[in-house]
Write a protein that binds this ligand. Sequence first.
Ligand code: 5AD
Ligand code: FES
Length: 345
Amino acid sequence: MNELVTKLYRDKVLTKEEFIKLISSDKEVREELRSLAEKLRRENYGDEIYIRGLIEFTNHCKQNCLYCGIRRDNKNCRRYRLSLDEIMSCCDEGYRLGFRTFVLQGGEDSYFTDDRLCEIIKSIKGKYPDCALTLSIGEKSRESYQRYFENGADRYLLRHETADKAHYEKLHPENQKYENRMRCLWDLKEIGYQVGCGFMVGSPYQTDENLAEDLLFIKKLNPQMVGIGPFIHHADTDFKDFPDGTLEKTLLMLSIIRIMLPKILLPATTALATIHPRGRELGIQAGANVVMPNLSPVSVRKDYQLYDNKVCTGEESAQCKNCLQKRIESIGCRIAVSRGDSRNT
Ligand code: 5AD
Ligand code: FES
């Protein structure tokens, strides 16, 4: 085995310089990383792939991230909000299909005050106490995070986007601060959430050094989950002319993260499925163990367009679940009907 791969396997971390070298390694080394990551996924999670039902409940957003299709300044985005009843219907359908984790994801929408959010959280957890509830609703105060947690939220996803401050500032407007993003993640951990961070592979201006810094940050935060997928341009954003992230590099980063944190929850993301017809399967074979299909009503799916050509926007939840099941079984795995908690404690 390559020396750096051996060292990463043994020490579960490398220096920044070593990570940079590993990230630019050739095909042979990438295959070593992939097969090692797949082996570790099996050792820790067997043939079980966890499913999370994603409910994109609002695409109103007060933030203006330069890469994102639902950013505030995108006037071509048709905005929607789901009612509590609509959200509950998504959960009902999801539960019937075998989902035991619901992910409430949305833009930073001031309509959803903490009172309204807590009402939603209590409704879901009241009806489905055997399910885990994940929030992915952006940057909030510590007090707000605390309230959601006390009302029953179990997990929180907030991608750090990039661990490099200067790079962060190239991806976000002036008023969105790197320090606040980091503050949020550490608050979430301290409160007791199972936390997910993450980043886009191939985002504009990203260097291999930035990716190495992402890896070191993830090692330090030691989250329960890491969400990564390729950057994909969106025609109505400032970054419309930037190239998309590649399949190869995304798979490479998935494998490195699996080896660095063997028990982590690692989704094969919709963005990965968007850049390659077998993206999710390839992601799982590179070490991923989670998929997050959409439970949102088909009538609004096309409006939650963070990037162009997003897949699965025309399919009903049941169709998507069946399609995923076939894909997962085609590579010798199976869908688990359980909350799917992280073994990374
Ligand atoms: N391409 C890929 N991923 C994107 N995200 C936002 N915009 C894009 C894009 N253009 C990711 C961000 C965000 C998550 C919800 O989606 O990393 O945190
Ligand atoms: Fe959604 Fe195949 S996974 S349609």
